[in-house]
Design a protein around this ligand. Structure first.
Ligand code: FPP
Length: 228
């Protein structure tokens, strides 16, 4: 059986709060540690020959329901992360892209996101995508509305695919950490033929070694895409 290639990896990072609580720390410490793991996993992906894109679920449309202090902390952390990361993006030839409705973020943060996208747009080794204020149903609804607005009355799957926020390739493998086994409105369209892997590890404890093991497991799977 030929080895299955992993081109696009998606990750639902879960368990930051529990990780911090287990240590008697504030939940924000878990998010800080989680941001470091995003950095490490992105570097791993940029050194991996097959992986061309990695998408992280960093902030969902439901995350606004968290206490304001935690939401504000996540926004500041994201801003700091992008500011510090620019050097790495350039050194490792990584393109940064955001998906989701970032219009609801502060103007300063929107500028940081757009500028980072702009400054890295010609990088070709890996695309790191952060899903920010993202919801899968919202993304599909937006795509359909834009097609209706353009005058279309009958839609094909290809129409919808191309109207999604980014000309977005299918996900080969989705990983969710912390033992939860849900999609939580992530990339609903793009996960149609994805393999799923759920690990008990809390996101701040996740690392390249475990990812390597998961990829080994993925490569043994027989993906039939509906065939036999
Ligand atoms: C889930 O943990 C994590 C999130 C809210 C999303 C991921 C956010 C980060 C890794 C923070 C840094 C992000 C960037 C882009 C700098 P949880 O709080 O739901 O954990 P719990 O289920 O244990 O409470």
């Amino acid at each position: 059986m030929p080895k299955t290639h992993l081109k696009h990896l998606a990750i639902i990072m879960d368990g930051n709060g529990r990780w911090a609580e287990q240590r008697g720390q504030n939940r924000t410490k878990g998010h800080e540690a989680g941001a470091e793991v995003i950095r490490d996993i992105t570097t791993f992906c940029s050194n991996h020959t097959d992986i061309k894109s990695v998408t992280f679920y960093a902030f969902s449309t439901e995350n606004w329901k968290r206490p304001k202090l935690e939401v504000d902390f996540l926004m500041r952390l994201l801003d700091r992360y992008l500011k510090n990361e620019l050097k790495t993006y350039q050194e490792q030839n990584i393109r940064f892209q955001a998906i989701g409705n970032i219009d609801e973020f502060s103007k300063a943060l929107q500028n940081r996101i757009r500028e980072t996208e702009e400054q890295t747009r010609n990088n070709t080794n890996l695309t790191q995508i952060l899903a920010l204020n993202y919801g899968g149903r919202a993304e599909i609804t937006q795509a359909v509305n834009s097609l209706i607005d353009s005058g279309k009355t009958h839609l094909s799957e290809a129409d919808i695919s191309s109207a999604l926020q980014t000309p977005y390739s299918d996900i080969d493998l989705l990983i969710r950490t912390s033992g939860e086994e849900r999609i939580s409105n992530f990339l609903l369209w793009q996960l149609s033929y994805s393999e799923f892997y759920f690990t008990q590890t809390l996101w701040p404890d996740f690392n390249a070694e475990e990812l390597n093991e998961i990829i080994d497991d993925f490569e043994q799977r027989n993906r039939r895409f509906g065939g036999i």
